[in-house]
Design a protein around this ligand. Structure first.
Ligand SMILES: [Zn+2]
Length: 397
């Protein structure tokens, strides 16, 4: 195994260290100037070092990143977006390997070294999207860790045959299966959730459910999810994505749901969109409800927004939640890195011996300074390899 050193970097803004990397792992963290210099050493120039970003909610299969601009069309409702995407996606080669590679390269350029991605599974595509994403990840030779959620974007119960597709996806190695507004889209929340939990329990996969439904309708579905999680023994393996309703509830109702959600080990993925209610993030943290940050889709047929930079999402989270102190701003960056480890099934994800060598160097005074300025990434190391430098991806694919 080749061993090399990144000399003189400041992990999380602390005193300078030399990081030793063997193969794909960090194996040593020593005070700067004490590591044995070798020909492979990289001078970290005293830059701020963070672990690679973890994108906990993405859709890498359906972006038109890298293609000429696509103007927004269709209706702005969830069903409107679903219908528009189904009508237009073929025209842009979605899902396609080249487009997916373009998105993953952009993630790497910004320092994201692991992602959980939802991949559309529907009656039109079958499981083709999953094959596309796997091929794209292979083209990048595993530089970015890609975990797949088989996602029924077009609904479940209202589309007979989709449950069977999800079952096949789980059998074929998807880490989780998804769901979508069991009430708002399927209009039969019990049937959708019973179907999803039955597959998860039988196949031993996780669940990650898109829930846009607001207010009491959303809360009712959290209750259904919590109840089924406890009954099936899937504690710690169920994620609610978006879950906008949680921030909208009255304090008592919210507290009771947090208590029950904590007991069931539910986690939450958010992209912290503007014009949504802030999440009770401190109460969630106190109860061990994990929060992951995601980009969601970028430049897709749902929305023209998004550039794939997770640090920018962390900044959005900080602004939406009114964070200001150094401690709070650092907490937002932790959500984008170390604290997101469970979303990609890692035991630990940090600049410590034994962790995968995923790190980002940034020219910033400290973590809060990096968060509020979102500077370009000076160096990105993924799985022990330098994959981007000064904003340019170095991989061929
Ligand atoms: Zn999504």
């Amino acid at each position: 195994m080749t061993s090399w050193t990144i000399a003189n970097v400041r992990p999380w803004g602390a005193a300078p260290v030399d990081l030793t990397i063997d193969g794909t792992e960090i194996t040593g963290v020593r005070p700067a100037g004490t590591a044995r210099p070798d020909s492979e050493s990289v001078d970290g120039r005293g830059l701020l070092a963070l672990p690679g970003f973890v994108n906990a909610h993405a859709h890498v299969d359906k972006s038109w990143w890298g293609q000429p601009w696509v103007s927004y069309g269709g209706e702005p409702t969830t069903q409107g977006r679903i219908a528009h995407e189904r009508a237009e996606r073929d025209r842009y080669g979605i899902p396609g390997v080249d487009g997916t590679v373009a998105v993953l390269r952009e993630y790497l350029r910004h320092g994201t070294t692991a992602t959980r991605t939802h991949v559309d599974v529907d009656l039109g595509l079958g499981l083709r999207g999953i094959e596309v994403v796997r091929e794209a990840a292979d083209r990048l030779d595993g530089a970015i860790d890609v975990e797949i959620v088989a996602f029924p974007q077009d609904g479940v119960i209202r589309r007979p045959g989709v449950l069977d597709l999800l079952d096949r996806a789980a059998q074929a190695g998807a880490t989780s299966i998804g769901g979508l507004d069991p009430a708002g889209i399927d209009r039969d929340p019990v049937a959708q959730l019973d179907g999803l939990f039955e597959i998860a329990e039988r196949r031993g996969v996780g669940l990650d459910i898109h829930l846009h439904d607001g207010g009491e309708l959303g809360a009712f579905q959290y209750e259904l999810i919590i109840d089924r999680t406890l009954r099936t023994g899937l504690q710690g393996r169920v994620t609610v994505s978006h879950g906008f309703a949680l921030g909208e509830l009255a304090p008592d109702r919210q507290r009771a749901l947090l208590d029950d959600g904590g007991e069931a080990g539910i986690s939450w993925a958010t992209v912290a969109p503007v014009r949504t209610a802030p999440l009770p993030w401190r109460g969630m943290a106190e109860r061990g409800i994990g929060i992951g940050l995601g980009t969601d889709g970028i430049r897709d047929l749902w929305s023209p927004f998004g550039d794939g930079d997770l640090l920018r999402i962390a900044l959005g989270f900080a602004r939406l939640h009114g964070l200001r102190t150094d401690e709070e701003l650092t907490a937002a960056v932790e959500l984008a890195t170390t604290k997101a480890a469970p979303f990609v099934h890692r035991e630990r994800h940090d600049l410590v011996p034994g962790a995968r060598a995923d790190l980002v160097l940034i020219d910033a005074q400290n973590v809060p300074d990096a968060l509020v300025r979102v500077p370009p990434r000076a160096l990105v190391v993924a799985g022990g390899r330098v994959v981007a430098r000064d904003g340019e991806v170095l991989l061929n694919a």
